[in-house]
Every structure is written in C-alpha cells, then in structure tokens.
Design a protein around this ligand. Structure first.
Ligand code: SAH
Length: 351
C-alpha cells in the first residue's frame, strides 16, 4: 500500500467511504488469518519502573503509585488459570524493572514451558541483548515492544533514555529480537500530543518495513500524574494536523495495519475498550483485529498497573471476562481460537 493512500485514509472523514475500509480490512483478515480470535492471558507481573516516559503512569517519577511485584507462585497460578480458561498464550508484562533479573525471568519462563502447553510472550521493556537471548533460550516465544511513534523527535521527547545511558532505538531492539528467533510485536499510540497525520502514515509504513508478526495500537489516554497530561489539549488552530486520540482514528489505524501486514496478529486493545467499553472489542474485531487479551492479573494488583486511569475490565476476574467474551464473539460470527495462535506471518518467514 502506498503512503499517499494510507495518508488519505487517515484523513478520510466520510463514514460511508470508511465503510469500504472496514470491509476491506475484515475481508483481508478473514482471508489471511481466518475467523478464530486468539485469546492471550495478560499478567502484569510488576509495576516498578526505572523509566520516565512522559505518557505512562508507571513512570519512576510517579510517587503517588503503590508499587508491587508478583511472586513466582502468584505468576504460576495465573498461568494455570490461563490453561483452565482454554487460552493458548500467556503474556508477562511489566514496567522496566531491574529486579526482574535475567535469571529470574529465565527460570519463570522455563517453568511455564515445562508445566503448561502455553506459548509465552514477554513485554518487559528495553532489555540487554543478553537478557533477551537468555529468555529465548529458556523457551520464550514472542516479545512485544511498541516503538510508540516513528517520529524520532517526538519519541525522544516522550521517552528519555535511562540516566547514564544513550538514547535507545526500539526498532534496533526489534531487529535483535527477530534474529534471536522471537515472534516480534510492536505498535504505537494514537493521538499523542504533537503527533500529526504524516507521523501516523510513517508508523504504518514502518509496520510494513519491519514485517511485524504482531501489531498492537491504541489511543493515547491521559494520565494526570504525567508531564504529558498538561498537554492534553489539542494545539491551537494553526496546528490543525494534530491527530485526535479517538476511537475512530484507532479503527482506521487497525484496519490499515491489517492491509499493510495482512498475516499479523492484531489485538483489539484494552485502551480501545476503555474508550468504548460496550463494543470497542467487537468493532475492532470486525475492522481488522483477530486477538483479544483478557487480563488475568490478580484484582488486587490490577488497579495498580495504572499506565492510564480507568482501564476497561479493571474490576473483572479473568473467568468472568472469559464467560462474557465467548458469547460476544459468537454474536459477531467468530469463535475463540484453539492452540497457541502463532502468527501466520512468523510461520511463513520461518519456512
Ligand atoms: N514497560 C513495557 C510495557 C509498557 S505498558 C514497555 O515499555 O514496553 C505497554 C504499552 O502501554 C506501552 O507500550 C504504551 O504503548 C501503552 N501505554 C502506556 N501509557 C499509555 C497511555 N497513557 N495511554 C495509552 N497507552 C499507554
């Protein structure tokens, strides 16, 4: 797909024309990855973080947040729940937490792989090549690391390097992950203050260039305890190109992501469901998405993993979420996936 075409869709305001985009994305999804919706159990294992990301409530500077780190036993209990609920994958996510050492995570991954049939996805931020290699060796299957925005200046403004470290390049880390044999996932936030339509078009081109196996996108949601919160108002009229952090814009990016990377696994994200709790997941699933990530984090920790306030499903148990989900999928003519739900893009590039 040409960049001009992507840009035109991003700027399209006519809902009837957008109907064509939704249909094209839905057909492409059906053709390349089928009607199954893969369920990934999300476990947020720690909210400690050494970074100072301008958008995220877990940032080190947020002293009003009570911090937690799950024990190995608690994490394993969540993975057993994922198996009982019939999920094929568990996703371990956290802030950038140095106490989640190379050995601790490697040990955890080996145990999950030994004791369950689950695929293991890690989303632990920017880590050394040695850590990533050790975890792959231990059996980790996939790694999620959003590059957040391809606008370098905006990225560096929102994502300062660790003190004493050089600025990182997340696309380079994704390259390393790919060489290590991981399925690689990335994505961006939509409507970051200062993000313009050209940036989003570049983001989508970047998805294609990286040949992503998984793509997660969601609206930027304002967190009052972050520096970016004061910039939540759109810039004045002179800057008309600011992308809105809207539900509609999120569907556009999801649909275009499906067209750019037809074989990728694309979730309908929690951030999207936060904007539209009633039908955000469903609308995402009929506009390109084929994955949902129910939250299995124990409820007493879940509210503390506050990357942004008011997350959808905050009060729900994994079991309740699953029960509802099954019916909701059937209502849109889809069914929960069986097995691990590996990315067909990954399978193709490995064969
Ligand atoms: N420490 C890990 C995991 C971060 S949370 C990492 O940096 O990769 C996962 C994703 O949540 C982030 O990549 C970001 O895209 C998203 N996120 C963080 N803060 C957000 C906010 N305020 N609004 C919307 N999404 C946010």
């Amino acid at each position: 797909m040409h960049r001009d075409e992507i840009l035109a869709w991003l700027c399209e305001g006519d809902l009837a024309r957008l109907g064509d985009l939704w249909q094209l994305a839905d057909r492409t999804r059906q053709h390349y990855v089928g009607g199954e919706v893969h369920l990934r159990g999300l476990v947020e294992i720690s909210n400690h973080c050494v970074r100072w990301c301008g958008y995220c409530g877990l940032r080190a500077g947020n002293h009003s947040l009570h911090r937690y780190r799950m024990t190995d036993g608690e994490i394993l209990a969540c993975t057993r729940e994922a198996v009982e609920l019939g999920y094929g994958t568990v996703v371990l996510q956290a802030g950038e937490d140095p106490e989640l050492t190379r050995d601790r995570i490697a040990g955890m991954v080996s145990r999950i792989k030994a004791e369950t049939p689950l695929a293991v996805t890690l989303s632990l931020g920017e880590r050394e090549d040695g850590d990533l290699a050790a975890w792959r060796e231990a059996g980790a299957d996939r790694y999620l690391l959003r590059f957040e925005t391809s606008n370098r200046a905006l990225y560096e403004q929102l994502h300062p390097p660790r003190t004493g470290y050089r600025p990182t390049d997340r696309t380079a880390i994704l390259g390393a992950l790919r060489r290590l044999g991981y399925e690689i996932g990335s994505g961006v936030m939509i409507g970051l203050p200062g993000q313009i339509y050209d940036d989003l078009a570049d983001d989508l081109m970047c998805f294609g260039r990286l040949g992503l196996d998984m793509i997660g996108v969601g609206p930027y949601l304002r967190h009052p305890q972050t520096p970016l919160a004061d910039r939540h108002r759109w810039p004045p009229a002179s800057n008309v190109e600011q992308v809105p952090a809207s539900e509609l814009m999120t569907y556009k990016v999801m649909a275009l992501a499906r067209l750019v990377c037809p074989r990728a696994n694309i979730p309908a994200t929690t951030a999207l469901a936060t904007l539209n709790p009633r039908e955000g997941h469903e609308l995402g699933l009929v506009r390109g998405a084929n994955v949902v990530m129910p939250n299995l984090t124990p409820p007493r920790y879940r509210a503390l993993y506050e990357i942004y306030p008011g997350r959808a499903g905050e009060a729900e148990t994994g079991e309740a979420c699953c029960r509802g989900l099954d019916q909701r999928l059937r209502a849109i003519g889809r069914r929960p996936g069986r097995g691990r739900g590996d990315s067909s893009n990954y399978q193709m590039r490995r064969s």
